[in-house]
Design a protein around this ligand. Sequence first.
Ligand code: TXA
Ligand code: MG
Length: 339
Amino acid sequence: MKTELLTATEAGLARAAWLLQQGELVGIPTETVYGLAADAQNEAAVKAIFVAKGRPQDNPLIVHICEEAQLGTLVREIPQAARQLAKAYWPGPLTMIFKKAACIPDAVSAGLDTVAVRLPSHPIARELIRLSGCPLAAPSANRSGVPSPTTAVRVMEDMDGRIAAVVDGGMCDVGVESTVVDMTKTPPRLLRPGGVTPAMLRDVVGEIAVDEAVVRPLKESEVAASPGMKYKHYAPNARVVLLKGTQEDYIAYVNAHAANGVGALCFEEDVPQLAAPCVVYGKRSDAATQAAGLFDALRRLDERGITLAYAVCPSEEELSLAVYNRLLRAAGFEVITLA
Ligand code: TXA
Ligand code: MG
């Protein structure tokens, strides 16, 4: 299959919408990361997503809508707290989990009785949902296990020849995937941190619970609240080790361990003092730049021939919690605490 690279013009979007209606897979920009979209109510198309990504069958997909009114057709019940969160943060990087309606194919929900729904803010994503006339099931548009793509070029790297088309919408704004909150639980339970931060959620609904898997690995016996949490994720080929400590400790450790193939996954401010090849993922006290830069930086480690990367640890608060969560998984939870 030849994968078409479509521009975000009227003609390009019309072509993409037509392909989606035919049950084809199309890479689409969203404000978080690129998604690999298919008609959510076409079971064969949804199954093809799993094949194209090499995604485990038990990891459910998010259904994307373009207006809140569509939610009622996809779910059995909309709790009051969900209405409040939708009012505050939709359209935007927030995914909510509901009890699913019968029209959601099992392939979307991976056999669960729930469905994840998101109303993205990206104008191209919304226009494609509108033009195609169908809610779109879309996981991140990477091959399973590797960092999510934040540009159309990165989608092409993973998906060229495997899907019908990619719509080029430039760089994603947020850079990490949406916040996932389970609204079937009281209080609502944060399963994946993202652009809508814990404080933003608490502002609207008061109390939330934070799933333990956000910042630690699941034990063998545990059932994942969010099946996506089980798998090694966001990992480049390079081994990533996360270093916790002060900036001075980080620089001293990396410089003491500099060797062939060793690199630093660091902040811009660290570069002048580091004696190893540097891949920058953001600015030290600017979480938005870290979120926007992380996934591309992880891919650049491999391109730079780095086989062991010492990553500087972001703060664990608010938007940085999302960055920390992704880095922990990229590192396979390999963390060194510097004294
Ligand atoms: O920002 C995003 O959310 C992007 C863009 C494309 O919208 N999508 C995305 O999808 O990150 P994906 O498939 O890479 O991640 C979806 C996460 C997975 O961890 C999955 O296990 C979880 O959401 N999930 C989906 N449906 C669920 C459900 N019914 N119950 C629990 N977790 C669910
Ligand atoms: Mg993903």
